[in-house]
Design a protein around this ligand. Sequence first.
Ligand code: ZN
Length: 128
Amino acid sequence: MMARDLSPQATAKFKAQIEAHYAALLDEIESELRRSRRDSHVELAGRVRDMAEDSVADLVADLEIGDLVRHSDELFAIKEALDRIASGAYGTCVDCGEPIGLDRLNAQPTAKRCYVCKIKHESVVVAE
Ligand SMILES: [Zn+2]
């Protein structure tokens, strides 16, 4: 396993980018929820308590679940990246243990796989 050559400065820069992305994502989710939810907050809370089948179906439709799933994937990737920064594993491929190229991290600071493993991983996912 090769040692990571990422400097503390470079790691701090990626961390700042990830945190900025996180803040922007939370803003986006909040405004989407506000937009898709025509009811007041109080009404929504009432509907969540009333777990009758129809209310739940309405609520899910209102929240535009597709977007939320996409956002939750992103949030999860952000959380993982911040965890890896905290543990010192950031910038190292989770599959092969080699350093992830700086160009790849620049393009996607939350990347957890090197380019080769990313392609492999995606082809496995598609094949399943
Ligand atoms: Zn790899």
